[in-house]
Design a protein around this ligand. Structure first.
Ligand code: ATP
Ligand code: MG
Length: 441
């Protein structure tokens, strides 16, 4: 074990975490700040939260802090509440396998056996996540050479990587996420074992997948995390509808995902809201679009047809995606053809739709990802309406859409104009917006 004095002391540990540690110590227990909070502060990053590890049992912690509750079945933890801030307190876990209830695959189903701080360090995932900081004496306890890996930029699984991934395949997603967030490299065996074991991700419960993927994509590092997940081939098992397209390196899917992740990171940096529904829409659009093209419907398909395809998708169940996000993702997708329609009634319906702005953002994203040939003029037309709709009040659309301008002849009856435009297909149509044939190399 290495014990180092944090120099300078990590002052940015939250007041609340510090007070939890101090209170537990006053009651005669050991207590440390551990995990991502310590890791991030040592790297001069802004930690999301602070976790405390202690030798006090969950019931003892619960009894000490009046505003606390015990959570979790698989791992029992205590949440100590300070207004909106929560400090998570975990009891040191035992390391020996006898305490674990293992599934036949080696997956841990329950482990509530408690142990020493050294045992606890062995149960953590990566060495850089197993640093114990004492915010009172300002010392760091390191049982697994985590400080060395932190300095060298290495993500190293504690113990035997293959066994640790088997115990909990979510660690594969975590390895990729931390590497992306910190710009670190996976240590050789941590990397090799991940490649061997990636099919075991199939065993992870939908609820845990949802939680972990939200951390992957809504943590401010979505773009590099996506690159890592693609490199390791981890998305295939998570998103069944994308599997074929991912394996074929479909340009529509790749470009759309790349752009949506960049946008998400940027929005988070700017303090703008982000929704998982938008990301789900980006994951589903290429599959939906290719199906529509194969059915001869193209990008002008009806909402009824699109909804019929969407209900057959299993993405949402696989990820335990809450119903409200699914509803928004569906709306964003089924509204897409309306951005290409010429009829005024469609334009009006679209602009008055409660999801207009989200759907419009998605339409811009499709245009920007550059695989579908969406005309500039059309994007400019919708951009103007989008900006207009940002101001309060009802949007009044008096102007003619750009694809009608050239063809409008004063005094010509509406019906006739429409028919002629459709027959000549001179401007925007579903066919124009189809992905180039044979996009697959
Ligand atoms: P961040 O909060 O920035 O995502 P973190 O490292 O704090 O990163 P948490 O999910 O908050 O991640 O977990 C806190 C700590 O608990 C981790 O640092 C790690 O030590 C341990 N831990 C979390 N998940 C696992 C796991 N699946 N297997 C082993 N240890 C884990
Ligand atoms: Mg954390």
């Amino acid at each position: 074990m290495t014990q180092e004095t944090a120099n300078p002391p990590i002052q940015a540990i939250s007041k609340q975490a510090r007070s939890v540690v101090a209170t537990l110590r006053d009651k005669g227990f050991d207590a440390f700040v551990v995990g991502g909070g310590v890791r991030d502060l040592l790297l001069n990053l802004d930690p999301k939260d602070f976790d405390v590890a202690t030798n006090a049992r969950p019931e003892e912690v619960r009894a000490i802090f009046p505003r606390s509750r015990i959570i979790g079945r698989r791992f029992r933890l205590v949440h100590v509440l300070f207004g909106a801030e929560v400090v998570e307190v975990a009891t040191f876990r035992a390391s020996h396998q006898a305490c674990d209830v293992l599934a036949s695959s080696g997956r841990i189903l329950a482990d509530n056996c408690y142990g020493s701080i050294e045992d606890d360090a062995q149960r953590r995932d990566f060495t850089i996540n197993a640093l114990y900081y004492d915010p009172i004496g300002h010392t760091i306890m390191d049982f697994v050479k985590g400080l060395e890996d932190l300095r060298d930029g290495v993500i190293r699984m504690i113990g035997v990587p293959e066994q640790r991934y088997r115990e909990d395949p979510v660690r594969m997603l975590r390895a990729v996420r931390f590497a992306a967030k910190l710009g670190f490299q996976l240590e050789a065996e941590t990397h090799e074992a991940l490649l061997r074991l990636r099919p075991s991700l199939d065993e992870v419960s939908p609820a845990r997948l949802f939680d972990e993927l939200m951390k992957c994509f809504l943590g401010g590092y979505a773009q590099p995390t996506l690159e890592g997940l693609l490199r390791y081939g981890l998305l295939e098992s998570l998103f069944p509808e994308c599997r074929t397209l991912l394996l074929a390196q479909d340009p529509l899917l790749h470009n759309l995902l790349h752009h949506v992740m960049c946008d998400t990171d940027l929005r988070l940096k700017q303090g703008k809201p982000v929704t998982p529904a938008f990301l789900m829409a980006a994951l589903l659009w290429p599959a939906l679009y290719h199906t529509l093209v194969a059915q001869g419907q193209g990008a002008l398909a009806s909402q009824r047809v699109m909804r019929r395809i969407l209900v057959s998708y299993t993405h949402f169940e696989r990820l335990a995606m809450p119903r409200r996000f699914r509803a928004i993702a569906d709306e964003i997708l089924v509204l897409q053809p309306l951005f290409l329609r010429r009829e005024q009634k469609h334009l009006d319906a679209l602009q008055q739709h409660p999801r207009f702005r989200a759907a419009c953002d998605f339409f811009f994203l499709r245009a920007r990802s550059g695989v579908e040939a969406i005309p500039e003029k059309l994007v400019a037309f919708w951009r103007e309406r989008y900006e207009f709709s940002a101001s309060p009040g009802v949007v009044q659309l008096a102007e003619t859409p750009p694809w009608q301008v050239a063809e409008n002849e004063p005094g010509q009856p509406q019906k006739k104009r429409r028919r002629r435009r459709r027959s000549t297909r001179s401007k925007v149509s579903g066919a124009d917006l189809m992905v180039q044939e044979n996009p697959i190399p």
